[in-house]
Design a binder for this molecule. Structure first.
Ligand SMILES: Cc1ncc(COP(=O)(O)O)c(C=O)c1O
Ligand SMILES: N[C@@H](CCOP(=O)(O)O)C(=O)O
Length: 465
């Protein structure tokens, strides 16, 4: 399978090279040249199969023959053996026609584990085959960082630097990044917002000499392999609810647009998804964009769903590319507008195409707290604030013709203060994380300065490679 950049000006790569590249050299994001298509019968045949087997069927066409089948199966099995639920991503009924897809049964209690556990194995495999090492950088608003550090702590071929906004992640999220104690991983608290961290990561990729010198790679959802691994649970949940014989709607709590874009990919591959509902907190840039056709940044608000406190939603670029019939010149213009003025307008045909598949809604902080309480009363389930954002928005978009699946992206124990204040219940961390809050932390505090950051990475990486 060939991979092309959304900006049309980077080399076409195979899967392994796209995996290691992270971001394309022209600043764009890699996507497969064409979408693998599954027939109605192919999808029906997935019913009743274990998660791992469905993962193999969905992922193989994206990887082509680059990894032997038995090796790929082994990596999938190992990745999902780390999950504490046999189904990996179980579906729980919340109402007659509303279901919750639980994506938080991995080691760090967030949906990021689903992709990150596989990504670490894929990267180590490709690096080992080539006899290479890589320096991985990542930006996190809280969950990507913990999942990445957990997944890569055992890696012998990578040095990892995770940038998080100082003081703006939950205490559990912070400790999942700062207490691992592995020599190859470094947690960096940046004085700024998540968008500053993400901009620094993109700036490091744009600095060609640094990129080549340290063999830079990335694990944010700018890396295609992250999206690819997340496509799988759209299939597992949809077939468990009767697809392909009926349409399924999904509501996804959205920040960087990676998770919901994976749903769009599943739809492109033939899964009968009716609507993909973008759910935002008060940082509602995506809901406003769907409504007005103008993507326009405003200041970031701190909320109880901090992982979605984002203004620059990286994967929206992938959607623009697809919805504009892969017009890379248009994508380049839009991204230049965003960089220069913090805004761009979506062409009317592209917007029409987006609105055919997507709808959007926002919630405020009061609604999130009420939703946590209401869901507990109605279903007995304690949900986290990100899931509550999605649940509240899902209620606005339900229709009798299709079941609604709400993606539950984090365990409530990652956000105990917000959950307790809304529900009165203090959610306990699972046994394997007991003692997390008492462990000694190790992290460095840095200002959002590219030169200083690159110097820091050179020095730390140099001392350990
Ligand atoms: C718990 C949680 N929910 C939702 C999101 C938003 O997902 P995405 O950035 O893929 O849109 C994030 C961050 O990515 C998250 O950590
Ligand atoms: N919400 C994310 C932000 C980074 O998103 P990613 O999916 O691009 O890695 C987080 O928790 O870090």
């Amino acid at each position: 399978m060939d991979y092309i950049s959304t900006r049309g000006d980077a080399p076409v790569l195979n899967f392994s090279d796209a995996l290691l590249a992270g971001l394309a050299a022209d600043g764009g994001l890699y996507l497969p040249r064409e979408w693998p298509a599954l027939t109605f019968e192919d999808i029906r045949a997935l019913r009743g199969k274990p998660y791992q087997e469905i993962a193999f069927a969905i992922l193989k066409p994206f990887i082509g023959g680059e990894i032997a089948d038995d090796r790929l199966r082994g990596m999938i099995d190992d990745a999902y053996a780390t999950f504490r639920h046999q189904a990996v991503a179980p579906v729980v009924q919340a109402d007659s026609n509303r279901f919750i897809l639980e994506l938080f049964h991995g080691s760090t209690l967030a949906f990021k584990d689903v992709a990150m556990q596989l990504l670490a194995r894929l990267m180590d495999h490709v690096l080992a085959e080539r006899g290479q090492r890589a320096t991985i950088v990542g930006a996190t608003s809280g969950d990507t960082g913990g999942a990445a550090i957990d997944a890569f702590a055992a890696s012998t071929r990578t040095d990892m630097f995770i940038l998080f906004p100082h003081g703006k992640v939950s205490p559990v999220q912070q400790r999942q990044m700062t207490t691992v104690g592995a020599a190859n991983v470094h947690a960096l608290a940046i004085e700024g917002h998540f968008d500053d961290c993400q901009n620094l990561v993109k700036a490091m990729f744009a600095d060609t000499s640094f990129r080549n010198e340290v063999k830079l790679s990335g694990v944010n959802s700018i890396n295609w392999a992250r999206i690819m691994a997340q496509v799988v649970y759209y299939f597992t949940s949809a077939v468990s609810l009767g697809a392909p014989d009926r349409e399924i709607d999904f509501t996804v709590p959205t920040g960087n647009f990676g998770d919901i874009f994976a749903g769009y990919v599943a739809k492109k591959m033939g899964l009968p998804i009716g609507r993909l509902i973008i759910a935002t907190n008060e940082n509602d840039i995506l809901a406003r964009t769907l409504e007005t056709g103008r993507y326009e940044m405003r200041g970031v608000q701190a909320t109880t769903s901090p992982s979605m406190d984002i203004q620059i939603s990286s994967n929206f670029e992938r959607l623009l590319f697809e919805a504009s019939a892969r017009d890379s010149e248009y994508v380049r213009r839009a991204m230049a507008g965003l960089k220069q003025s913090g805004a761009f307008d979506i062409e009317s045909e592209t917007l029409k195409t987006i609105r055919k598949s997507f709808a959007a809604g926002r919630t405020d902080e009061d609604a999130v707290a009420s939703e946590i309480k209401r869901t507990l009363e109605e279903t007995g389930l304690l949900i986290d604030p990100h899931t509550a954002v999605a649940h509240a928005v899902a209620r606005q978009h339900e229709r009798s013709q299709a079941p609604m699946v709400v993606l539950s992206t984090a365990h409530p124990a990652k956000f105990p203060a917000a959950v307790k204040s809304a529900s009165g219940i203090d959610p306990a961390l699972p046994a394997w994380l007991a003692g997390l809050m008492d462990k000694e932390e190790q992290f460095s505090v840095l200002s959002p300065d590219l030169d200083m950051l690159e110097a820091f990475i050179r020095a730390q990486r140099g001392s350990e490679s």
